[in-house]
Design a protein around this ligand. Structure first.
Ligand code: HEM
Length: 455
């Protein structure tokens, strides 16, 4: 994650190194405030009713208050909880130690995430380690063109975005259901090709499997699993030119790769995660006239069908990063040590659970200047910053990062180009601190075509 700092970051008081041990009472507070809300929200598929309840009681504010209090009292790079079985890290150096050795010393295939993911994608990259992870990572990076800011198939993807935004159901209002449907179509066409545009049965099968994975107990293999993977296998037989599937034959792979198991992650990350983040970004932009004016100035005269031009939209990119920082759709990164190791100079046993709480780190009031404000300029420049992990950092960072920015900016640009929008619900006050939670299911816009309203 690269950033530049708008102002000098204050340093935490007290000890700067090590992993001090927290009392049992503090350990319980961290679990109650920092970890439990994520289980309630749904680890894999956010539950609308739970999101509503959690937002009403503002659980993320509580997470930040509790973690700030504990960090101020202990200092250090993080704390050891329950005698060291669980570690929460907040210091950028310790976070970097973990993320740079991710999938090797710190594996992400265990705990609730590993077990839940196995229900619908047991051989996915994100729940792999060691040799299997390296093999699958190479395949993912080749298909997703991770090392290139502009994907080789970007021109077609941008044409898909233009077509789908043109069909977006906007009347006097814009609501989440229409946005979700927009991203459903973009996702299916990008991964599988235009023929798959109306394959909502495929989407529904994955949604149902992910909903089952949210349950921590009582999961068992279902017919949907075999039906879902059977359908994916059939799509591989005749890949449509211009789709991600069309890149499979050229991508490095072996018997370990399990290529079909790599697809579901791309589906939910584009359809659900990117949709939620762009919807929030749209809300934050149109809720603040000063930001909206600057974004519209940047978009003025830009050809949104030209991948190089979309790539150059750095203010819009900064807005998207800020929204992902403020409301991280991956609220925590969970790892387990695969062997005995040391972290921040502290010995950890094999099997230690290590957590990076994005919800706290991204808005840590002692470390992040203007933590609750939208500051797109934070993202100018190329400095790596391990405090911000909405797309993660290190070896297991998001290989879809460049696609996220390209598709996200193109979609936002097209929607702003075609419509005048106001955020009717919830109200966000321009220039004021942004709330700790922003429930995208309940965001609603007022809308008018851009050419009917004088600017
Ligand atoms: C705004 C949208 C997205 C966000 C916020 C996001 C965020 C993340 C984060 C935080 C991780 C690390 C998770 C962990 O280690 O526990 C990750 C991993 C991953 N992401 Fe994304 N992602 C997004 C979109 C995408 C897209 C569009 C794709 C592919 C088309 C993608 C593919 C992946 C894969 C395959 C991994 C696993 C990497 C590994 O384990 O080596 N993501 N993403």
């Amino acid at each position: 994650m690269s950033v530049s700092e708008p102002a000098a970051a204050p340093r935490a008081s007290g000890k700067e190194g090590g992993l001090p041990e927290a009392s049992i009472a503090d350990s319980a507070r961290v679990v109650a405030a920092g970890l439990l809300p994520n289980l309630v929200r749904g680890l894999f598929s956010p539950r609308p009713a739970a999101m509503k309840r959690l937002t009403a009681v503002d659980t993320d504010r509580r997470t930040i208050e509790v973690l700030s209090d504990i960090r101020r009292r202990h200092g250090g790079q993080g704390v050891r909880l329950f005698g060291g079985r669980l570690v929460v890290v907040w210091g950028p150096e310790a976070i970097q130690e973990v993320l740079d050795q991710s999938a090797e010393v710190y594996a992400s295939d265990s705990g609730a995430k590993g077990k839940g993911m196995s229900h619908f994608q047991p051989d996915a990259l994100t729940v792999s380690r060691g040799e299997a992870w390296r093999d699958r990572r190479t395949f993912n990076e080749a298909v997703l063109a991770t090392s290139e800011r502009v994907h080789p198939l970007a021109d077609r993807f941008l044409a898909v975005v233009a077509d789908e935004v043109g069909r977006l159901r906007v009347g006097a209002t814009l609501e989440w259901e229409a946005w979700e449907s927009l991203f459903d179509h973009i996702t299916l066409r990008m991964i599988f090709g235009d023929r798959a545009r109306d394959d909502q049965e495929l989407t529904a099968l994955l949604e149902s499997l992910m909903g089952e994975a949210n349950r921590l107990v009582g999961r068992s293999p279902s017919d949907d699993y075999y039906e879902f993977y059977g359908r994916l296998e059939r799509k591989l037989i005749d890949p449509e030119p211009g789709s991600l599937l069309s890149r499979f034959s050229e991508a490095p792979q072996s018997d370990l790769t399990r290529i079909v198991h790599q697809i579901p992650h791309w589906m939910f990350a584009t359809r659900d995660t990117l949709a939620a983040n762009t919807y929030r970004a749209l809300g934050v932009i149109v809720a603040d006239p000063a930001i909206e004016r600057r974004v519209r100035e940047e978009l003025d005269g830009v050809d949104l069908g030209d991948a190089g031009a979309v790539d150059g939209l750095r203010l819009l990119e900064g807005c998207l990063h800020e929204v992902m920082r403020l409301w991280p759709t991956v609220p925590l990164l969970a790892r387990e040590t695969t062997r005995e190791t040391t972290l921040a100079g502290q010995r950890l046993d094999e099997g230690t659970q290590v957590m990076i709480l994005n919800t706290f780190n991204h808005r840590d009031p002692d470390q992040v200047p203007d933590a609750d404000r939208l500051a797109p300029e934070r993202w100018e420049g190329d400095r790596q910053d391990y405090r911000f992990n909405h797309l993660s950092n290190g070896s297991q960072d998001c290989p879809g990062g460049p696609l996220v920015l390209l598709l996200g900016k193109a979609t936002l640009g097209r929607v702003l180009e075609g419509h005048r929008l106001s955020l009717d619900q919830p109200r966000l006050e321009p220039g004021r601190d942004l709330p700790h939670m922003l429930n995208f299911y309940e965001m609603r816009f007022g809308a008018a075509p851009a050419d009917r309203v004088p600017s």
